[in-house]
Design a protein around this ligand. Structure first.
Ligand code: SF4
Length: 338
């Protein structure tokens, strides 16, 4: 049987619903969309995406991202959700997902969302450390996140919890605590965002005055290489690592500082493999020429970003061949002399 493929048609809503004052946020710069979408925009976006998505064996959802959806007036929420309903009735779209703030969830809103076929709600948790949350200007408490997460699950809605790394006062230990709490709360999926200093934010001022120092790219990759396995072990789907590439970020116009890299997830997985291969650097069990077998899906990551792991192993071995072996489990490897 063919595996179901998941597609999300993204609709970005700038910070029109936001009551927050998060030090890092300027949604208008991040999304490069300065106006909220009109009904026509939504129709256009859905139609355009549907043309390129094969309907057979596909689970297609519309995702409202960017701002705090449930902070919009009920009229506005209805207006947006209504635009998707005919596609759901025609089975061209199967569900809706949206992201919001933890303090903008209650039982009434959840009942309302269910009526409109919302199946997944992602909360911007960002951190489960009280001090880090307070310094980030989020304007809600950790208890708000716990309560919203429990309510979402109790309503039968799939829970997503997003986290950030490198917030003021954050440490690797605190970031791991956040990841473990996301697991304990029963999230089905997550997104991990290394904090970037974006133009026209409070964080930009803090960075310029020396009050805030962003994580380096190396440090971010190190954090991620330890956080990603926490989610993988718990079978939590990592939907995204790092912000989407956008014109402002790639050209550097919106980005003031911070660990932005379009392939930051690949760098982190490459680092996980680097750690896995450390015993091979110490071992005298093998000849100069070795064959390393890994699961086919892992072969590129095992070789490493820009072949970094292969190059590292070539400092000890003369020849290394990587071969795919579907019998080998995720992140495991077998070594033979060639
Ligand atoms: S990150 Fe904060 S300021 Fe930005 S849209 Fe979300 S809640 Fe509002």
């Amino acid at each position: 049987m063919q595996k179901t493929k998941h597609y999300t048609i993204p609709i970005f809503i700038p910070d029109m619903a936001c009551i927050g004052n998060c030090i890092f946020c300027d949604q208008k710069n991040i999304t490069s969309h300065s106006h909220p979408p009109t009904k026509e925009d939504i129709q256009e976006t859905i139609k355009t995406h549907l043309q390129s998505i094969p309907n057979a064996n596909a689970h297609i959802e519309v995702g409202f991202f960017g701002g705090s959806f449930t902070g919009l007036s009920i009229t506005k929420q209805k207006e947006y959700l209504q635009e998707v309903q005919s596609y759901i009735e025609d089975r061209k779209v199967h569900s809706i997902r949206l992201s919001t703030r933890p303090d903008m969830i209650d039982d009434d809103i959840l009942r309302f969302l269910i009526q409109y076929h919302v199946k997944t709600v992602e909360l911007g948790a960002q951190t489960f450390d009280k001090d880090v949350l307070q310094k980030s200007g989020r304007g809600h408490s950790i208890e708000d996140t716990y309560t919203a997460a429990e309510k979402i699950k109790a309503a039968g809605i799939i829970l997503g919890l997003q986290m950030m790394i490198g917030l003021p006062a954050d440490t690797l230990e605190k970031a791991l605590h956040t990841a473990n709490t996301i697991v304990e709360l029963g999230a089905t999926n997550t997104r991990i965002y290394p904090l970037l200093v974006i133009k026209n934010t409070e964080l930009e001022q803090m960075y310029k005055s020396g009050e805030y120092k962003p994580l380096s790219l190396d440090a971010s990759v190190d954090y991620l290489s330890k956080i990603i396995p926490v989610f993988e072990k718990a079978n939590i789907t990592i939907l995204r690592v790092g912000l989407h590439q956008s014109e402002g970020l790639n050209s550097g116009d919106a980005l003031i500082a911070g660990p932005y890299h379009p392939s930051i997830k690949e760098l982190a997985i490459s680092k996980i493999w680097k750690e896995q291969f450390q015993p091979l650097l110490q071992s005298d069990k093998y000849s100069d020429n070795i064959i390393i077998e890994v699961h086919p899906k892992e072969i590129n990551s095992a070789i490493g970003y820009h072949a970094s792991n292969k190059k590292m192993l070539l400092t000890k071995y003369k020849q290394i061949k990587f071969l795919p072996n579907p019998k080998i489990t995720h992140r495991d490897y077998h070594v033979n002399n060639s």
